[in-house]
Design a protein around this ligand. Structure first.
Ligand SMILES: Nc1ncnc2c1ncn2[C@@H]1O[C@H](COP(=O)(O)OP(=O)(O)O)[C@@H](O)[C@H]1O
Ligand SMILES: [Mg+2]
Length: 380
């Protein structure tokens, strides 16, 4: 992991009031930042404005620059160009310990020999908060993460999920301006991950804290975020609500990264009202503007937009079942349509589950498709 040791250390104290939150100002704003490690540019022209109290997720594959951006907010990495504002104030020259930021990472990074109380109290002690106040606030934070009364336990006596809750309590106990979470759930097993998703989201709402969450897991991003920033190779591909990025991906990368997308290659006909697929079938599309006949496009259709059998939809595609997985109530079919074998439909079952080799009819609406140009950019 590129996450360095310094990142796993708890934040140093902030001087009280060093950065008072701006009233209407974005909680965090990036203006055209570049970040380089030596000659290697890890982040390019990154701009983003994060509203106070919102939950924003940086989503992208490993190595795309997510951690680097989080590090820049915390002041753990220098930006080579651009500006970062926290609460409307430029922080380029504000040292790490004066940035009032809570951090949670994949590795829980608790002090192993300190008990839960001392781990959570760490940021408050540094800030010279009086003892009774510390006791009260640690108790409150532990209640919030649903581990009340665990003050005397050692990290080794806690499960992974519980340790991560303590790390969360430690990050929020001093009421930071911004909470940074770098893949905090990736070390947990699947059940615990889902539980923690809900918990983190709930705590974020209750406290009204501005959260920036990093993950490479699209489900996590879709289920937790107010807005998602989809990143690829150090640059932003798309910023939008979960539904926007899922339903109307701006690029081929976004379409493919956010779950399964059927990518149907073809050429434009009827000035963009229809597309003749490489498989020979013609479908109607809802193109927002006229296109030159013969130009190459890709039609993107999500598996859930394909209905199976006699269902509705202005478009019809027929093919053969390559494989079927019954999920209880619905099924996932892999389908061959005229030689393109990787078409996926995720549809409710009406009647019985079709078997491998059987003929299958698919229906979908032109409005359920997104059109990409030859460069993989959405045509709008
Ligand atoms: N300290 C470093 N020195 C040199 N290259 C680094 C350093 N940290 C990260 N990188 C590189 O920068 C890119 C982005 O890394 P990172 O921000 O950790 O990505 P992510 O968190 O999205 O996986 C990667 O190519 C990584 O190898
Ligand atoms: Mg990372």
């Amino acid at each position: 992991m590129p996450d360095s040791q310094e990142l796993s250390q708890p934040p140093r104290p902030a001087t009280a009031g060093a950065l008072s939150p701006g009233e209407e100002k974005p909680a965090v704003e990036f203006r055209d930042i570049d970040i380089a490690y030596g000659k290697f540019v890890a982040v390019r022209d990154f701009s983003l404005s994060i509203a106070k109290g919102s939950f924003v997720t940086l989503l992208g594959p490993s190595g795309c620059g997510k951690t680097t951006i989080l590090r820049s907010i915390a002041g753990l990495v220098d930006i080579s160009d651009g500006q970062i504002m926290i609460g409307g104030r430029r922080v380029d020259d504000v040292p790490i310990y004066k940035r009032n930021i809570g951090l949670v990472f994949q590795s829980y990074a608790l002090f192993p020999h300190k008990n839960v109380f001392d781990n959570v109290a760490f940021g408050l002690k540094y800030r010279n908060v009086p003892k009774p106040e510390i006791v009260r606030r640690v108790g409150q934070a532990l209640e919030m993460v649903r581990l009340p009364g665990s003050e005397k336990k050692l990290p080794s006596q806690l499960s992974g999920g519980q340790q991560q809750r303590i790390a969360l309590a430690r990050a929020i106990v001093f009421e930071p301006q911004v909470l940074l979470l770098d893949e905090p759930l990736s070390a947990l097993d699947a059940n615990m991950r889902e539980e923690m998703r809900v918990e983190i989201k709930k705590i974020q709402k209750e406290t009204g804290i501005t959260a920036i969450f990093v993950t490479h897991d699209q489900e996590e991003a879709l289920s937790m975020s107010d807005r998602i920033v989809v990143m690829n190779a150090g640059a932003v591909e798309q910023i939008g609500t979960p539904q926007e990025v899922y339903d109307t991906p701006a690029t081929a990368f976004v379409a493919n990264f956010l779950g399964k997308a059927n990518m149907l290659a073809g050429t434009v006909s009827r000035s963009g009202q229809a597309v003749v697929l490489a498989t020979g079938q013609t479908i109607n599309v809802a193109c927002p503007r006229p296109l030159a006949d013969g130009s190459k496009v890709t039609v993107v259709v999500r598996p859930q937009k394909l209905s199976v059998g006699a269902a509705a939809g202005a478009n019809r595609l027929s093919g053969r079942v390559v494989s079927a997985s019954y999920l209880g109530g619905s099924a996932i079919y892999e389908i061959d349509i005229g030689g393109q074998t990787n078409i996926r439909a995720n549809a409710p079952i009406s009647g019985r589950v079709l078997r491998e080799g059987e003929a299958i009819d698919l229906g979908f609406d032109p409005e359920g498709c997104v059109l990409l140009d030859e460069d993989g950019q959405r045509i709008s």
